[in-house]
Write a protein that binds this ligand. Structure first.
Ligand code: FAD
Length: 496
């Protein structure tokens, strides 16, 4: 065996907190290097009935990688980088270990002239973590989430079985029942939950769809169904041209107007260009960034970061039409614009600097992050924005709203500075969750449920939905050792 073990808590404190400031406890940390290592560790945990939590790179924002007891397994040494395999003019794939970081994956694919479209703001995430949360980010607007780019998965399940699942090879039946063959020759048999997922960007609970590809059940399962050891990812050709910018506005409604026009009304413009990212910053968000970016225009009260794909033939006209759009929405003259990759990286960093600054403030205040990850249909966006503002102002809790506005998906970050405001903040989030669900939205569009959002998941799918999900978990993990505390309340899991 080639795995390492850390037994002294002094040596693994960094495994006990994630980016949301959620903290926990563990007895030891295992660092496997091969699939056989993972299998051996899982079998030990199973025999000793130890809760086993999978840790990616702990950039998660829902406490999913942080246990309250038992062992941690981190596939960080399983960081084998494959080479890009070209399958056709516009088709390629790459096979990587689950410990590879997104930043390393991007470097490798870009070097070979290919694009891996999922683009979570945080590139320190490990590939296994992004698959297990079905991460997405700014480019979701055009390209969708991680699941759309996962071609196959190698996993180890809770009893030590190896599973290799290729997209297209194994589907659920019409009545929701499924049978997944294992490498050992046996099969996992069960029934999918009966709930219907909200028709918005969604990462809440297990993915369920009629006659679904069963690889999608595992993607986004937050370390509760198995441990991802390796993945083959689909790559595409990058666009010929991209132009991008940060458009500043003198009020928030002006910023929303360009988003609504692009998303709901801009049919004829799609012949000229594809908007691939539309990201929002409210005034408080800009205030967070001002110490680092003194060039933010003084009169700016909101901003949109956009990335737009086109080609050489259509570029001139595309720029003209987009410029007109900015003008109609009264974007400020001092807005930023960039055509080179270097300029565009500056905008990307500007966007990334925001959650980093907010998370730093959360840590400084000494509380866990209190933020929404709700998505609502675009028509309901102004209503939910109003709810966020009204609740924060009424309870005098500082806040900032930013994120993936093009998908009706904004992060309302509450910034309580004392225990009583911290508790009130979670109540306010609960109130807004009720409203998001009423609008047909979701309570998690990309960060997942982890340990922090179980009550919201219950609000979305009810007790029955949770119980049906727990039945699926029992098929994959009969003893209930994996990802204990994630997605499910304790009472739905077997006793350890
Ligand atoms: C500044 C900042 C910006 C962010 N922006 C975005 C964004 O735009 N979009 C977005 O989607 N997320 C975003 N995130 C959240 C985070 O980056 C993602 O959730 C990411 O996918 C987590 O990856 P990780 O490797 O850090 O996983 P971890 O946090 O370590 O784990 C996350 C979950 O996955 C499970 N897991 C990890 N590895 C495996 C594995 N190999 N097998 C099975 N289960 C596993 C864990 O048990 C846990 O439940 C952001 C975070 C930060 C700090």
């Amino acid at each position: 065996m080639t795995f390492l073990e850390k037994n002294d808590p002094e040596t693994f404190q960094n495994y006990l907190k994630d980016a949301s400031n959620y903290s926990g406890k563990a007895e030891k940390v295992f660092l496997p290097q091969t699939q056989d290592d993972v299998m051996a560790i899982v079998k030990m945990a199973s025999k000793e009935r130890k809760p086993l939590t999978v840790s990616g790179n702990r950039t998660g924002l829902a406490g999913g990688a942080i246990p309250q007891k038992g062992w941690i397994i981190s596939p960080e040494r399983m960081n084998q980088m494959g080479s890009v395999k070209v399958l056709g003019k516009d088709k390629a794939e790459i096979t990587v270990g689950s410990g590879v970081l997104l930043s390393e994956l991007f470097r490798e694919t870009e070097k070979s002239g290919w694009l891996y479209p999922p683009d979570p703001t945080e590139r320190n995430a490990a590939v296994g973590g992004t698959i297990s949360t079905n991460a997405s980010g700014a480019r979701y607007y055009k390209y969708g989430a991680t699941r759309h780019y996962v071609k196959s998965l190698n996993m180890i399940l809770a009893a030590g079985d190896a599973l290799e699942l290729k997209r297209g090879n194994c589907r659920a039946r019409e009545d929701g029942s499924f049978s997944i063959p294992l490498k050992s020759g046996s099969a996992l048999k069960g029934k999918l939950p009966g709930y219907v997922m909200p028709n918005v960007k969604n990462a809440a609970g297990y993915f369920v769809e009629r006659e679904m590809d069963l690889i999608d059940l595992l993607i986004g399962s937050e370390g509760t169904l198995g441990i991802v050891t390796q993945a083959t990812l689909r790559l595409i050709r990058p666009p010929e041209k991209v132009f991008a910018g940060i458009a500043f506005f003198k009020d928030e409604e002006a910023a929303w107007s360009i988003v609504v026009r692009q998303t709901l009304e801009a049919e004829d413009q799609r012949l000229l260009f594809d908007v691939r990212a539309l990201e929002y910053f409210d005034e408080a968000s800009l205030n967070f960034l001002k110490p680092e970016y003194s060039n933010i225009p003084r009169s700016a009260k909101a901003a949109i970061w956009y990335e737009i794909e086109t080609d050489r033939k259509r570029e001139e006209k595309a720029l003209e039409v987009w410029g007109g759009q900015l003008e109609i929405s009264s974007a400020l003259e001092e807005s930023w614009f960039g055509e080179t990759a270097k300029e565009q990286m500056v905008f990307r960093e500007f966007r990334h600097a925001l959650p980093v600054a907010v998370n730093e403030k959360v840590t400084k205040n000494g509380f866990r992050k209190v933020a929404t990850d709700f998505a609502v249909p675009l028509q309901a966006l102004p209503n939910i924005m109003k709810t966020y503002a009204d609740l924060s102002v009424r309870h005098k809790i500082p806040y900032a709203v930013f994120g993936h506005i093009g998908n009706g998906h904004l992060h309302w970050n509450l910034l309580p500075e004392n225990q009583s405001d911290f508790e009130i903040s979670w109540e306010l989030v609960k109130e807004a969750a009720r409203e998001a669900i009423e609008f047909g939205g979701t309570i998690s569009a990309e960060h997942g449920i982890g340990k922090m959002k179980i009550p919201f998941l219950r609000m979305l799918y009810g007790d029955q939905g949770l119980s049906e999900m727990a039945e699926v978990k029992k098929v994959f993990d009969p003893a209930g050792i994996l990802g204990r505390g994630n997605i499910f309340p304790e009472e739905l899991l077997p006793m350890l």
